[in-house]
Ligand binder design. Sequence first.
Ligand code: HSE
Length: 433
Amino acid sequence: MKKQSIGIGLMGLGVIGGQVAKVLIDKADALAEQVGCPLVLRKVKVLPQDLTRPQAQAMDSQLFTTDADEFFATPEIDVFVEAIGGESPALEYLTRALSDSKHVVTANKEVIAKHGVELLTLAQQHGVGLHYEAAVGGGIPLISPFQRDLLANKISGIYAIINGTTNFILTRMARDGVDFPSALNRAQELGYAEANPRDDIEGIDAAYKLAILASLAFHSQVRPEDIYCEGISRLGSRDFQYARELGFAIKLLAIAKQSDESIEVRVHPVFIPEDSLLAKVDGVYNAVLVEGDLVGKVLFFGEGAGALPTSSAVIADIVAAAQDVILGIGSRAKWGAQPGKDIKPMSEIETRYYLRLNVADRPGVLAQISKVLGDHQISISSVIQKLVDSVAQTAEIVIMTHPAQEKAMQQALDELTHLTAVKEISNFVRVEA
Ligand code: HSE
């Protein structure tokens, strides 16, 4: 019998959930046309504090419940939409919905990154779909292209700016010279940062997203704990000044590379040439550069955070799930469920490096430093020295190296800290050219 409507159960009426509800209501006619019948919001699982939000006030209060059992017992829900975020209770709710053979849409990167394999397996067992386009890159289509359009390719690399908050902060620090706390405050005011901004700043949010993209791209399970992760809090305004002087921008990049033997996955700040495409991605924008053997380089670019772009992806997933319900199509999602290739240890990666050292300004110091680097087969490509304190007779030295192995660099840094002439290793940043 032809379905008269598709019932939607929405979990969460926060920034994302509220916007999803608004679009379902405001665009009801257009969405019904896409699906072939109306999408009807049947129940919304809320927290008490959600009820004071403008979106809640604009909706029928009969729709709301704070009780999970009442929510899941609501009849005629075909598609569950999770917009709670975080690992718990979202994971329990997603598991419950899939176990009940319901199609599921989620925007939850943490749950998908950590539990994607088990949830997709559960979806397959119950013949339903698990859609998560909004989990990575807000409104930018990424999951769907990896699942479909890029399938014929062997993907060799992903280079991604996938955290809007940190890109916003880095852009403000580079452009306006503002300090880190005030740039972070502004990102929080604008609603880009996670509830706990540590996840953004320390690269954890980007690592969740990279785990999802790399698993899809390489057809091999990459877990968040496989990813080397370093945040942006060590960067100072002097690093931005030197980067500009040397012709680089500083970005927090999520990098995944695949060779025949292994997978390399890391999130950390990098110097990238200022004329590269990714260097021009500013503010809250995200961009993902993908390299495939057939397609060459493809760049996805757009707003990676915020209620409107994220709702764009969630609603598209709801429409796809609703169409599957009508057509009786079960689970289509595939992931690299196999623990496939080895993850390359961070000590074996090779990049160029930027080093900023505070040193005693006296004869022979540069020679000592270059000897340590040379002893570890690290070749210097350029040096800048500036006097910073004529009274203390200390100088700042900035060294750019040729490609070197991380292990050698870490050993050299350790030795440099033991030189009496080296007062401080102020920073070191990897360079992707
Ligand atoms: N905090 C995230 C970001 C939101 O800044 O990109 C989108 O996942």
